[in-house]
Design a protein around this ligand. Structure first.
Ligand code: MIC
Ligand code: SF4
Length: 637
């Protein structure tokens, strides 16, 4: 049978397969600092001397705003861990993990598991790259395969090519317009067709990056001559292999996008799926414009905006912030003079890091309107609860910065066609290679780096209070918010647990602790967004033992299982009758986990059964029985 590209990579990496799941060999891993400290505490707990992957990289890009000792201590801890266990360490200032990984490490045909939901960015180079919780990444670093339910493979056929002023961001916004934030759940999105040939690797990476917002397991492009040109320009031609789908490859679903009819689009506040054409917003006042993030901070993106800003000044009512994605991009802008055009326009230059994308500075004014080239605009994520965040391409963002209001970039005149250089400036001095004398390294652990919370084996019966009833599409930012105040607590579960659901219900932590054991009730797609396992670990610390939801987002569901919280699917009827404060009894858990018997859930108020099911694979049941993935790994090694 003619195979898709995804299928080829899966087939070449399958180490075990049963009806429900595929276990894949993982070639490379990446972590970032905000999820990395936990991932490495978990790796230490597994007790292996050295990573067993082909390549593992630890990046520092999220927690770079050092308002106290915590983040700097974390950076040192991560640097020591990398030295000890054979991991490359990308120092703070070197750039955003996904941008740097694409430039310096990603390889077509290989697999990558990263403790960040935007890991699929590397799919732009033809790699099967998947986001996961830190513990799954720790297990992969220990040489264990990564299991996933076989996703449906969607072939997206790109036809023709984009018009001037319409860019790669508009392709992924079009996908979000058509399919929404749940549209990619359980799917790998494979881009193919003649239109692929008009998109460079960084443009492809913008699209695969934001496949995370569709809820997709991964997104991928073929590896072709343009991939070869990119790798050659990065002095990594040796990593290139040609790789694409067979002619007539069979897909589970097929989508067609005619690139020539796309228009500049915008994702409106507060969801990446609230898409409209920029024309419809024309004239609406904008207060802030931010350019950067792992979605749109490549050299091409930044050269485009520098060319558009050259010789002009931004609107006096606009604050424009620019964070180049990597040190490579920033130093090339400095060397070729583009940085000076950006600075002269009135832009504020931020360091090469996630920065405002994760609420680390640049919070907009109250009720402000902020236009960003980022990938997420969940309410409150910017640091200003009542601000409206809009997601756009760099072209739209610059047009807004120049005019002070939403502006169709097609009014700006001639389009600057920027091409990638034949050779990028290569200087890996901010990446510390693994040391050969790792074992003697002493790990420096600051006082905020606290041991992992432990959980014993699964109980057979649980009495749980319904602590909170939530709507659909609850994000991990809702569950465990980020931002400059909370992010420095990522290495300290006890401290960070005080902020669980703080944007929705500040009393939640106190109520959960008082209840002793509790559960959360939610609508569809519970836990969409980030891979942060703190959204499972911190609720666990507060006594949450189960989550009842109409459906779950993939990474968060795995994180719940990894920490011994049972994800239970509930019917709409049962969801509707339940109220916060009611008590539930969950029975027969052992039989449900070991013999596939139905899990039994009763309302303690009415004595009536609820319509629930725990759809677990055998591996997931075994993990839950032992009380989580760490206990499970210890039970099998
Ligand atoms: C995000 O964009 O939400 C983050 C911050 O990069 C997260 C990871 C984290 O919470 O540390 C992600 O996307 O997984
Ligand atoms: Fe960083 Fe934002 Fe990308 Fe997350 S989405 S990795 S916070 S730049």
């Amino acid at each position: 049978m003619a195979k898709s590209l995804t299928r080829k990579i899966i087939d070449s990496h399958v180490v075990e397969q049963n009806e429900a799941e595929y276990a894949l060999k993982i070639d490379q891993t990446l972590t970032q600092d905000a999820t990395g400290t936990m991932a490495y505490l978990e790796f230490e707990a597994i007790g292996i001397d050295r990573v067993r992957t082909e390549l593992s990289v630890s990046y520092v890009d999220h927690n770079t705003l050092q308002t106290g000792f915590e983040n700097a201590d974390d950076h040192l801890f991560l640097q020591d861990i990398a030295r000890k266990y054979g991991i490359f360490f990308s120092r703070p200032g070197n750039g955003i993990c996904h941008q740097v990984h694409l430039e310096r490490f990603a390889e077509p045909g290989k697999t990558l598991l990263g403790s960040d939901s935007h890991t699929p960015t590397a799919g732009g180079i033809g790699m099967l790259a998947i986001g996961a919780g830190g513990l799954d990444v720790a297990a992969a670093m220990a040489g264990m395969p990564f299991s996933l339910t076989m996703p449906r493979i969607v072939g997206v056929f790109l036809k023709s090519h984009l018009q001037d002023w319409v860019s790669a961001k508009d392709i992924i916004l079009e996908m979000l317009r058509r399919f929404g934030v749940k549209g990619g759940v359980g799917k790998i999105i494979e881009y193919t067709g003649e239109g692929v040939r008009s998109l460079s690797v960084p443009e492809r990476a913008t699209i695969t990056n934001m496949g995370a917002e569709l809820g997709a397991t991964s997104s991928i492009f073929p590896s072709d001559e343009l991939t070869r040109a990119f790798l050659t320009a990065q002095a990594r031609e040796h990593a290139w292999i040609p790789l694409g789908p067979d002619t007539g490859a069979v897909y589970d679903e097929v989508v067609e996008i005619d690139l020539s009819v796309l228009e500049p689009l915008v994702a409106c506040a507060h969801s990446p799926e609230a898409i409209i054409g920029v024309r419809e917003l024309s004239g609406k006042k904008v207060d802030q414009v931010l350019i950067g993030s792992c979605t749109n901070s490549s050299l091409k993106d930044l050269m485009t905006i520098a060319t558009l800003l050259k010789g002009k000044k931004i609107h006096p009512e606009i604050s424009l912030g620019i964070a180049p994605g990597s040190k490579q991009v920033l130093s090339m802008l400095a060397d070729n003079g583009a940085l000076s055009a950006i600075i002269s326009s009135g832009a504020r230059i931020l360091e090469s890091a996630c920065g405002p994308c994760i609420g680390m500075g640049q919070a907009p004014r109250s009720k402000g309107v902020s236009v960003r080239t980022f990938n997420r605009n969940f309410k409150g994520r910017s640091g200003t609860a009542d601000a409206e965040i809009y997601l756009t391409s760099p072209e739209v963002a610059v047009a807004c910065a120049l005019n002070g209001c939403f502006t169709d970039p097609r009014t700006l005149g001639e389009y600057p066609h920027i091409r990638d250089p034949e050779r990028f400036a290569i200087d890996d001095s901010m990446i510390i290679p693994p040391s050969t004398e790792g074992t003697t390294t002493q790990i420096r652990r600051g006082p905020n780096i606290r041991p992992l919370p432990k959980r014993g084996p699964m109980e057979d019966c649980l009495d749980l209070e319904v602590l909170l009833k939530l709507e659909a599409n609850i994000t991990t930012d809702d569950i465990m918010p980020a931002g400059s105040k909370i992010l420095p607590l990522r290495s300290n579960i006890e401290a960070i647990s005080a902020y669980v659901f703080s944007g929705i219900d500040p009393d939640f932590p106190g109520r959960a602790k008082a209840a002793g054991a509790g559960c959360i009730l939610a609508g569809e797609n519970y836990g969409q967004g980030s891979s942060r396992e703190h959204a499972a670990l911190a609720p666990l610390y507060l006594g949450v033992k189960a989550v009842f939801a109409l459906s779950f987002a993939r990474i968060h569901r795995s994180n719940l299982i990894n920490f011994g919280i049972i994800p239970i699917t509930i019917s709409v009827e049962s969801y509707e009758v339940l109220k916060p404060g009611q008590r539930l009894s969950v029975k027969n858990i052992h039989a449900a986990l070991t013999e596939n018997a139905p899990i039994e859930v009763f309302s303690l108020e009415t004595g009536k059964p609820l319509d629930c099911a725990a759809h677990l694979s055998q591996r997931e049941s075994e993990i839950l029985s032992t009380g989580g993935l760490l206990n499970y790994i210890k039970s099998i090694v």
